[in-house]
Design a protein around this ligand. Structure first.
Ligand SMILES: CC(C)(COP(=O)(O)OP(=O)(O)OC[C@H]1O[C@@H](n2cnc3c(N)ncnc32)[C@H](O)[C@@H]1OP(=O)(O)O)[C@@H](O)C(=O)NCCC(=O)NCCS
Length: 160
């Protein structure tokens, strides 16, 4: 996970594993990006940050958290991207793609054959983002989010 990447016009971003000290920032970022009923609550993020099976991958730019990804095993053969968040003003610069690559690499190291994720059916920008990076819609889950919004379950084969 110790990896850095140059973001043109902004500088070098770095990745690290999240800790409980990141809880408040992670909650604030998630609430800024998702409507009520689609963002995760504080208890859920608390759990992810202390759970040994979960990796919260934090991206920083000049000591400021600009995004994160929550990754955990889905099964013995699949990983799961639980959430991916990039602060709005830093979107469109490759940070989301880099986060996905870090998660896929972690998943491969666990010998997972596929990566699975769920994304809101009405979030066409994000669906396009995943499709362009090799994810395919597998099934539609009605009422997946607390506010009733459905989700596409998407999957990518990550082992060649
Ligand atoms: C989805 C998300 C994580 C992508 O992160 P990102 O850092 O913007 O990703 P990238 O920069 O690697 O790629 C974004 C794509 O949008 C394009 N883009 C251009 N300008 C953009 C802008 N101002 N904002 C967002 N995307 C832009 C990029 O060129 C790229 O296009 P491509 O897919 O054709 O290559 C981010 O948009 C986000 O946090 N969205 C809100 C939360 C969300 O919906 N998360 C997913 C829930 S499952």
């Amino acid at each position: 996970m110790n990896r850095t990447l140059d973001i043109s016009g902004f500088g070098r971003i770095s990745f690290r594993k999240g800790t409980l000290d990141d809880l408040e920032t992670v909650i604030d970022i998630d609430e800024s990006l998702f409507p009520d009923g689609q963002s995760y609550d504080a208890e859920t993020f608390f759990f992810y940050l202390i759970d040994h099976q979960t990796d919260v991958i934090i991206v920083e730019l000049k000591n400021e958290i600009v995004g994160f990804l929550v990754f955990r095993p889905f099964s013995n053969t699949a990983g799961c991207v639980v959430s991916i968040d990039v602060v709005e003003k830093f979107q469109g610069k490759g940070i989301g793609s880099a986060l996905l690559e870090v998660a896929e690499s972690l998943s491969r190291k666990m010998s997972h054959a596929t990566m699975i994720l769920q994304t809101p059916v009405n979030n066409s920008h994000t669906i396009h983002f995943y499709e362009k990076r090799g994810y395919k819609k597998m099934r539609r889950i009605h009422g997946y989010y607390q506010d009733g919004t459905g989700a596409w379950e998407m999957e990518k084969i990550i082992l060649s």
